[in-house]
Ligand binder design. Structure first.
Ligand code: GTP
Ligand code: SPV
Ligand code: MN
Length: 621
């Protein structure tokens, strides 16, 4: 493993400072030799360096045992970091509240630190790696004094499988440990699988002062390193997720010829038992978890159709020996949006959270020591505490749960988890679906005309912003492939990688775009959404199998209204026509915005995509 020069220099300097300041006795108890879980010298020397920097009182290896997890829970109850919920109603479920200034990802404080600025690109924030190690080193220095450093060896993907990659996260947070034990496969078997290899992603996290002015989430793709400081919120601190499985993994995928995408994976089983798989990229809080676990509407259920969830947030995709694109979900759990989740919108998600779950920033129902959030049911608790930890009056008009409150739940507890969830080969993908939250422009569904055109469709995706990231909500912004906050290198190069991959997949998935969020003049959603989205997926699969016709429009193939199955829906063909309408005027307005966006990405936007844009403009007339 190559340490960046800046990193090496900085760490040596810090260790020397530390040696001078601390007598031998003070260093004794950070000696990990007392409890070695590995003899891997790369791992051990890196941990020594990080411990010398952060100066924890002791170091604890997370082995994945139930015994250790229980002991950590007890500690967290004692400090109030975790609240034990009603164990009869919610066995092995706990509540956690983050700091009020620390409730979402912070894109403006997220950096890609490549040695050349061009390699991070114009969309990402960039810092010079040496400068960044120096700057954050100062924030990390001594940040774990008086505390324990937990060492979490984890695997993204089935431990030891060809698809899997290993990371080690060092953290001072029990909450992080408990979440990582759900979201990843973590523990001794991972460090055993690593053996004496240096091939692992080095993650360092410290809560420090939780100061938002000193909060940084930084990635050093050239060093396989992630540093996160001054946050305790999921997406900023569960380093296996967005930091590794998307930002670092997308960088590795570009180098190694595979793809890391912000995609759910689901399987639709037909009455004959044959399962077809779809992956779909929607921006944060735009419906991945909901689609991944959908309940088929009666019209399909009665015929024997079933839907299986393989993943709800991240897909790693590779070309299989059979020339198809194969996907695995590298995660082990769901870090899902709580508000809006109920027995009608997403019963599978709700049932998944009935055991072994950590709730973050939801309402604490003191009547029976359970949890509540907006949209769970129409009976908000009368005696309750809000996400900030204050007494909450449900009639006050103030929200009790934070809009980005979440549940961390085990995938294996999901009633519709796919039998292929633990498959080492993954599942073959028939269709890739892009989608965003657009009140107007995008129709319910359309199909691209080729892989290149589909890449273009993904590149011009736009969506209204949500509470998943700090900042304004409801503003339309371009979010290519739902990856704007997650590509670990230049966005233009990322588009090129999509085009290159298309050439390597003889039997490539067809590419579609959906929008569940078109609104009427009063601002109401026109399409019922949720389970009924399966009606659109069925058209998509029929297109993949050449079983249904379509209308060619300026933007691509759009269904004939009568080909969207509306049996059992309180909707008529006129409404479907309205949902499918290609609004030429608003598309023309979009063109100018797309041009600006491409210009902002810069000169690495592939010529093919500029050609697609010019062709779209010409077709719109
Ligand atoms: P991340 O975990 O942030 O990546 O989000 P996600 O894409 O998994 O989003 P999720 O499925 O949790 O949905 C977020 C919000 O969108 C919830 O408030 C849902 O109620 C809402 N939503 C999901 N699907 C639909 C739909 O089909 N129609 C409408 N109107 N809302 C939906
Ligand atoms: C998202 O914001 O896209 C999430 C939640 O899936 S987080 O893990 O916080 O990024
Ligand atoms: Mn996500």
């Amino acid at each position: 493993m190559v340490l960046h020069f800046g990193q090496k220099y900085y760490i040596i300097k810090l260790i020397l400072d530390f040696d001078n300041k601390f007598p031998e006795s003070a260093k004794m108890n950070i000696n990990q030799e007392e409890n070695p879980m590995t003899n891997n010298t790369f791992v051990k020397s890196w941990i020594d360096e990080m411990a010398a920097l952060t100066q924890p009182d002791n170091i604890v290896w997370i082995d994945g045992s139930e015994e250790q997890r229980q002991a950590l829970l007890e500690q967290a109850f004692a400090t109030g970091e975790m609240i034990k919920l009603n164990q009869e109603l919610l066995p092995n479920c706990y509540l956690h509240r983050t700091a009020v200034n620390d409730v979402a990802r912070v894109e403006h404080r997220t950096f890609i630190c490549t040695s050349k600025k061009e390699d991070a690109g114009n969309i990402n924030n960039w810092m010079d790696p040496t400068e960044c190690y120096d700057k954050l080193g100062k924030l990390f220095k001594g940040s774990m004094k008086g505390q324990t450093m937990y060492v979490i060896p984890y695997s993204m993907g089935v431990v030891g499988s060809d698809f899997a990659k290993i990371g080690i996260e060092l953290t001072d947070s029990i909450y992080v440990v408990l979440n990582m034990l759900i979201m990843t496969r973590a523990g001794k078997e991972v460090i055993d699988a690593l053996g004496d290899s240096a091939d692992f992603i080095k993650g360092l996290h410290a809560r420090a002062e939780l100061d938002e002015e000193k909060r940084y989430i930084v990635h050093f793709p050239e060093d396989n390193t992630i540093w996160s400081v001054n946050s305790g919120y999921g997406g900023n601190v569960l380093l296996g997720k967005k930091c590794f499985a998307l930002r670092i993994a997308s960088y590795l995928g570009k180098k190694e010829g595979w793809m890391a995408e912000h995609m759910l994976i689901l399987g639709i089983e037909g009455p004959d038992g044959d399962v077809k798989y779809i992956s779909a990229a929607f921006p944060s809080a735009c419906g991945k978890t909901n689609l991944a676990m959908l309940i088929p509407p009666e019209v399909y259920a009665k015929k024997g159709y079933k839907v299986w969830c393989v993943g709800d947030d991240i897909a790693w995709l590779r070309v299989g020996q059979d020339g198809r694109l194969w996907a695995v979900n590298p995660e082990n759990g769901f870090f899902g949006v709580a508000p809006g989740t109920n027995m009608k919108s997403n019963p599978n998600a709700l049932l998944t959270t009935k055991r072994d779950t950590i709730f973050t920033n939801v309402v604490h129902n003191l009547e029976n020591n359970t949890v509540w959030w907006e949209g769970l049911d129409k009976n908000p608790p009368k005696n309750a505490v809000n996400w900030k930890g204050e007494p909450w009056d449900c009639e006050s008009g103030e929200k009790g749960a934070h809009p980005n409150s979440r549940f961390t739940a085990l995938a294996q507890n999901c009633p519709c988890i796919s039998s292929e969830f633990n498959s080492t080969a993954g599942v073959p993908i028939s269709a890739i679906v892009f989608g965003g939250r657009r009140a107007k422009t995008a129709p319910l569904v359309y199909q691209s005309t080729s892989w290149q055109h589909g890449t273009f469709v993904g590149s011009i995706m736009a969506s209204e912003t949500t509470a998943a990231a700090a900042g304004a909500v409801g503003v339309v912004r371009r979010d290519p492939m739902a990856m704007r906050p997650f590509v670990g290198y230049d966005m233009g190069d990322y588009f090129q990688h999509w085009l290159d991959m298309g050439k390597k997949i003889p039997n490539a998935p067809k590419i579609f775009h959906v929008n569940w969020f078109r609104t009427d003049d009063e601002g109401h959603f026109i399409w019922p959404g949720f389970g009924d989205n399966m009606r659109v997926l069925m058209w998509i699969l029929a297109r993949c199998e050449d079983k249904v016709d379509a209308v060619e429009t300026a933007i691509g193939f759009v269904p004939k209204a009568e080909d969207i199955n509306i049996e059992g829906l309180d909707i008529d063909l006129d409404t479907i026509n309205e949902l499918l309408r290609v609004d030429t005027a608003s598309w023309k307005e979009d063109i100018a915005n797309i041009k600006e966006f491409y210009a902002m990405i810069g000169e690495r936007v592939p010529a093919e995509l500029h050609e697609e844009l010019a062709a779209l403009e010409a077709r719109l007339g």
